[in-house]
Write a protein that binds this ligand. Structure first.
Ligand SMILES: Cc1ncc(COP(=O)(O)O)c(C=O)c1O
Length: 410
């Protein structure tokens, strides 16, 4: 499939003339469409909700767009809770799914009346001691050997997250005795998964568990959170996940297992990548061409702007503006300026012949992109821009300055 851009070359060059590269550019229209695709697909599910994973794109302007579409937030830290609060997403519109959690964050989540999703059985008493048990509580399940994970999130048996099955039953029994009245179940066993049936299997696993919990403990789960992890086609030959297929297969299982047993749990997701990933682009300028044993293209962006290629060896498609119709016959490594040899956006990539000053677009950088930024080598975080539905461009985060960088030094 051809990788499309939501802006024309002229539009982008005008933006580059106004705002210094590198920057992330998000497409509001695409974000809205992605959110609607997921929400509409699950319109059969009673009170379906997408809790957008803030960690994917922690920018208030993006959260406001998603709030308008009816999304809540999935928060994993104090800063994400406060960010959510700042855009007035509070109460049960927040799912607080964190691990190795400090007491202060549980207190803040409780103060906001967020739904707290516990990562470990020992966190029940930790929460009880530090913030008190809320009326509604959710547990994250780690199926261990019962499921295979995938490359990014790892094999569940080796993953640090969640309760074992035995701990789930013990935990629900305990909190019910302690007066908790409403219960949820959550899992997240894969990341960037493109196989639709993986999500159907996850749903089957949780629905079966919900029936067991009902039969053994007389607890009707109020909601089942299927997590995030829906993948996106980073490579041009990959297909987008068919969310309608996931939904219709899950609906069949829901009717068979949940509805048939009179449990009627709500279905939640907490996706990030599939909402913002394909709708964000890292825009960068070519600074240097270097020829040694290989040919290197040196960009003004580096892995501090987008860490996924260095971290996971992830593929990100690259378009050279104005050269898309030229033959891709030049073999390059496209690199950043960090003193790390894995600071490479692409290795052995065939591209059109590149010149200094060319503008390159690195695709699918809207989720887990800017958010993973860091200051190593004194790199300052870049700006974030929003291409709005009326085609105007708004800066939604300015780039860092040297003063910002030095401001924490005492
Ligand atoms: C608990 C949890 N929920 C949701 C997400 C969002 O995942 P994705 O952006 O792949 O949908 C993550 C990602 O790391 C996560 O750890």
């Amino acid at each position: 499939m051809q990788k499309k851009l939501p802006f024309t070359n002229d539009e982008l060059l005008n933006i580059v003339n106004k705002y210094e590269t590198p920057f992330h550019l998000y497409d509001e229209k695409g974000i809205i469409e992605s959110a609607r695709t997921l929400i509409n697909a699950f319109s059969w599910a009673p009170n379906f909700k997408e809790y957008f994973a803030v960690k994917a794109t922690p920018n208030p302007s993006i959260l406001k767009i998603l709030k308008n579409e009816g999304c809540g937030t999935d928060c994993s830290s104090m800063a994400e809770l406060v960010l959510s609060q700042k855009v007035d997403i509070v109460g049960e519109n927040i799912m607080f799914s964190s691990n190795d959690t400090p007491a202060s964050e549980f207190k803040k989540a409780k103060e906001l009346n967020a739904i707290i999703n516990l990562d470990d059985i020992s966190h029940i008493s930790f929460l009880e001691n530090h913030a008190g048990l809320p009326e509604i509580l959710c547990f994250r399940y780690n199926p261990g050997a019962a499921r295979e994970g995938n490359a990014i999130i790892g094999n569940p048996q080796e993953a640090k997250y969640g309760f074992t099955k035995e701990q789930l039953f013990e935990g629900y029994k305990y909190i019910k005795e302690k007066g908790v009245k409403r219960f949820g179940l959550h899992t997240m066993v894969a990341s960037n998964e493109l196989n639709e049936y993986y999500f159907v299997e996850t749903a089957i696993m949780l629905f079966d568990l919900a029936v067991e919990i009902y039969k053994q403990l007389d607890i009707k789960l109020e909601f089942i959170n299927l997590g995030g992890g829906i993948g996106i086609p980073y490579k041009p030959d990959q297909k987008p996940v068919d969310i309608n297929l996931i939904s219709s297969e899950i609906q069949k299982e829901y009717n068979k297992k949940i509805k048939a047993n009179g449990i009627n749990s709500k279905i939640f997701f907490e996706c990030g990548r599939v909402i913002t990933g394909p709708n964000g682009f890292l825009i960068s300028k070519v600074l240097h061409l270097k020829k040694i044993y290989k040919n290197y293209i040196g960009l003004d962006a580096c892995m501090a702007n987008l860490m996924r290629p260095a971290l996971y060896g992830a593929y990100h498609h690259i378009t050279v503006i104005g050269k898309d119709d030229k033959p891709k016959t030049f073999l390059y490594d496209v690199v950043g300026s960090l003193c790390e040899n894995n600071d490479k956006f692409a290795i052995d990539r065939y591209l059109p012949e590149i010149s200094i000053g060319d503008i390159v677009v690195i695709h699918d950088a809207g989720a887990h992109g800017h958010a993973m930024g860091f200051n190593y080598n004194g790199k300052l975080r870049s700006a974030e821009l929003l291409l709005k539905t009326d085609r105007s461009v708004e800066m939604i985060r300015r780039k860092e300055t040297l003063n910002d960088y030095f401001s924490t030094i005492v």
